[in-house]
Design a protein around this ligand. Structure first.
Ligand code: A3P
Length: 293
């Protein structure tokens, strides 16, 4: 299949964006959220798919025996703002979801989230991942995913990442603005990829307590096991192998799933420059990330 040309970045309400996430803007903004909707919000590459699958398993169980088993995760948990030619938009997929609660994902910065989510007091789970590993993961994702602009080389991508000239804008503004929101919006659970790696059982417990779920120990262990990196990588419903715009031979979607891969990419100079810039950009935030454990 011939892949369409890569999109170009442009400024959209102060955020770097591409047409695939703004084409359907009026419909996205008028999306009618429901009180029992669960929105999974992240900056790209923070573990969105992992948390989406955990929630899917917690709510709908192991679906090997029913028709959900043949529906890829990205259709079970629609990506609200996506709109690419000849595919149902994320907004329409969300509208058509037959289940309750509806699990919906978004990468939108907090100020661009459709207002109905706040009005309906929907529950929101925000997943954050440290900036260095997010940048590395985003770089490889750009290489393999033709929906995104060409990332050029690593050094160039890293500079763009630091300047917020990547799709969905600045990582720094994204994670801090969502953190600020958590201080005033009580239905927001803010979690970290690194905690999930360190102790997924504990993070699943926290998710359950936020959501008011009480699965048995056996059910939780089952969820944890199904959502393990190696299992998700083998699973055609979670590994994005059916998405034509992604070339997994360039870099698989489930690539490494670790903390600290940035050490294999950053030069000593890049690391010093990044740390200096990071300190400055994050100086007013109480947010603390771990880049190794
Ligand atoms: P890497 O590129 O570092 O491997 P998102 O779903 O937000 O796009 O995030 C993708 C990142 O999460 C990828 O990171 C992917 O490997 C990682 N990931 C997905 N499922 C995971 C799992 N079960 N365990 C650990 N990491 C996972």
């Amino acid at each position: 299949m011939e892949l369409p040309p890569r999109p170009t970045l442009f400024d959209f309400h102060g955020i770097s964006m591409i047409k695939h996430f703004t084409n359907n803007w009026d419909n996205i903004q008028s999306f009618e959220a429901r009180p029992d909707d669960i929105l999974i919000a992240t900056y790209p590459k923070a573990g969105t798919t992992w948390v989406s699958y955990i929630l899917d398993l917690l709510y709908f169980g192991d679906t090997t025996s029913d028709c959900r088993s043949s529906v890829p995760l990205h259709e079970r948990v629609p990506f609200l703002e996506i709109s690419v030619p000849s595919r149902t938009t994320g907004k329409d997929l969300a509208d058509q979801l037959p289940t309750a609660p509806r699990l919906i994902k978004t990468h939108l910065p907090v100020q661009l989230v459709p207002k109905s989510f706040w009005e309906q007091c929907s529950r929101i789970i925000y997943v954050a991942r440290n900036a260095k590993d997010s940048a590395v993961s985003y770089f490889h994702f750009g290489r393999m995913n033709h929906v995104l602009p060409e990332p050029e080389d690593w050094s160039c991508f890293l500079q763009n990442f630091m300047q917020g000239k990547v799709v969905f804008g600045s990582w720094y503004q994204h994670v801090t603005a969502w953190w600020e929101k958590k201080q005033t919006y009580s239905n927001l659970h803010y979690m970290f990829y690194e905690d999930l790696i360190e102790d997924s059982g504990q993070e699943i417990n926290r998710l359950c307590s936020f959501l008011g779920l009480s699965p048995t120990a056996e059910q939780k262990e089952h969820v944890r096991d199904k959502a393990r990196f190696d299992n998700m990588k083998q699973n055609k419903m979670t590994n994005f192998s059916s998405v034509q715009m992604m070339n997994h031979s360039v870099s698989p979607f489930l690539r490494k799933g670790t903390i600290g891969d940035w050490k294999n990419h950053f030069t000593v100079f890049q690391n010093e420059q990044f740390d200096e810039d990071y300190k400055n950009k994050m100086k007013n935030s109480a947010l603390c990330f771990r880049t190794e454990i």
